[in-house]
Design a protein around this ligand. Structure first.
Ligand code: SDX
Length: 427
């Protein structure tokens, strides 16, 4: 069959420029424009890369129109309900779900890699007590590169996988230490007797000496329902195609820098409230609105072109339908209401915002739907997670996605150093 091509015509000169189509297995094909500047002396102009594919990838597929999300071809709904976060990590890293034995080995390895070098612990003392955990987290992860400097020159699959397991295992510990530092309370070391997700809650909540706080009724204060809820949140955040922070990780990978400073750069990019930082801003916003009666006033502000106010947790560059992750969390929220004593006032305000926004022309025309960040905050609040830890929790979930994309970048023969051009309009 003849190769599919695209032709662009310069109306000034009538010259025709023809380019091959790169076929996808799902979703839009691409037009291979790599020689467009050499051929035509023109740049394509696409700030924010709304119409630009930066790579071929086999990891995550999003259909924004249908509201579909697949990790390695498996729908997020199946992974979030029938599998756990560690299975999802293994799937993203290797391309297939683990066998029972492989999962046991993977879990065992992550538990034993969850400790950080004592020297790295001292770094936290350099930070003011009220430092935001995202700031200490991104700094500590960058510093991790000096403790594993040999990862700078890895190029074999086994080395990639060891480097990936190391960072996936250590991020929750660093995040928990960042939180403990921000409260001025002693760090709690990982407990290898606990699962990945339970261990994170343990490192956040345990009293000095590792004593778990037992309620007056003698219950352990880490309940299975809480572990399951947080594990689902980690799974829903695990990867998301070429979003801003993943693009940052790939850009740093393209210069040949250490993988852990690429992850640190991804953490910094995620912090912005237009991206992962939105989950913290959503709760701030719901608390600022305070009462269902005030919702209309804030909807009007969000619609006012002269008002920079935006509804946090609404809209998405790709999803022009429901964010499937938001749908899963919304359903989950309803099932957790009693068990986790969710803040009904916040939930009332959130569902009122959603109800109005989904029937208001301004949001309908712009296809603005609630995204994952709109719902995650209410559940995390109910888990007793402090707001400043919402985005670090996003980091814990997303690290496997970033490092899987980093590995794919390293193996991609198409890739070169990221170096876009510009249209100069200066003097
Ligand atoms: C994440 O990319 C990913 O995959 C990210 C993520 C992931 O898993 O990695 O999904 C995680 O980052 C989710 C998004 C979290 N951010 C927020 O919730 C912040 C609020 N949302 C926005 O700032 C915005 O919707 C973005 C940043 C998410 C998307 O921005 P776009 O695609 O560049 O859209 P835009 O800014 O061009 O907006 C299009 C129109 C504009 O109106 P007009 O100029 O056409 O009149 O929609 C309006 C915007 O003003 N708009 C909003 C709005 N979001 C967009 N108006 C009010 N409230 C909002 N939230």
């Amino acid at each position: 069959m003849a190769e599919k091509r695209f032709t662009i015509i310069d109306d000034t000169t009538g010259k025709r420029y023809s380019y091959p189509v790169i076929e996808s297995t799902r979703g839009p094909n691409g037009v291979d424009m790599r020689t467009f500047y050499r051929d035509s002396g023109h740049f394509s102009f696409d700030p924010g890369f709304t119409s630009t594919a930066s790579c071929r990838s086999e990891i995550t597929f999003i259909d924004g129109e249908k509201g579909e999300l697949l990790y390695r071809g498996i729908p997020i709904e199946k992974l979030a309900t029938e599998h756990n976060y560690l299975e999802t990590c293994y799937l993203l890293l290797t391309g297939s779900l683990p066998t029972r034995d492989a999962l046991v080995d993977f879990d065992f390895e992550l538990r034993h890699r969850s400790f950080i070098h004592e020297g790295l612990k001292n770094l936290f003392d350099a930070f003011p007590q009220d430092a935001h955990p995202m700031s200490t987290l991104s700094s500590a992860v960058a510093a991790l590169s000096s403790f594993y400097y040999e990862h700078l020159t890895i190029n074999k699959e086994a080395e990639y996988q060891e480097m990936a397991r190391r960072i996936i295992a250590k991020i929750p510990t660093i995040a928990a230490f960042s939180y403990r530092h921000s409260r001025g309370i002693p760090f709690i070391y990982p407990d290898i007797g606990r699962s990945f997700t339970e261990n994170f809650l343990y490192m956040l909540r345990a009293y000095p000496g590792g004593k778990m706080h037992i309620t007056k009724k003698g219950e352990n204060t880490i309940r299975p329902i809480e572990i399951e809820a947080l594990d689902t949140i980690f799974t829903l955040h695990a990867d998301h195609e070429q979003n801003a922070s993943t693009t940052t990780v790939r850009s740093v990978a393209s210069t040949g820098a250490h993988p852990y400073v690429a992850i640190s750069a991804g953490i910094s990019a995620l912090w912005g409230r237009a991206h992962g930082g939105a989950n913290e801003s959503v709760i701030e916003q719901l608390k600022m609105i305070g009462n269902v009666k005030n919702v209309d006033k804030f909807i009007a502000k969000a619609k006012d072109p002269n008002d920079p106010f935006r509804l946090m947790g609404f809209g998405h560059r790709v999803y022009k339908n429901f964010d499937p992750r938001a749908q899963i969390l919304k359903k989950y929220q309803d099932s957790l209401k009693e068990e986790l004593d969710l803040d009904s006032n916040l939930m009332q305000i959130a569902s009122r915002i959603e109800e109005i926004a989904l029937s208001d022309d301004y949001f309908i025309q712009r296809k603005l739907y609630p995204n994952i960040d709109f719902y995650s905050g209410v559940i995390l609040t109910a888990l007793g997670i402090p707001r400043t830890m919402f985005t670090p929790i996003f980091v814990i979930g997303r690290t496997v996605g970033w490092i899987s994309q980093w590995i794919e970048f390293k193996k991609d023969r198409d890739q070169k150093i990221v170096r876009p051009r510009q249209i100069y309009v200066g003097p």
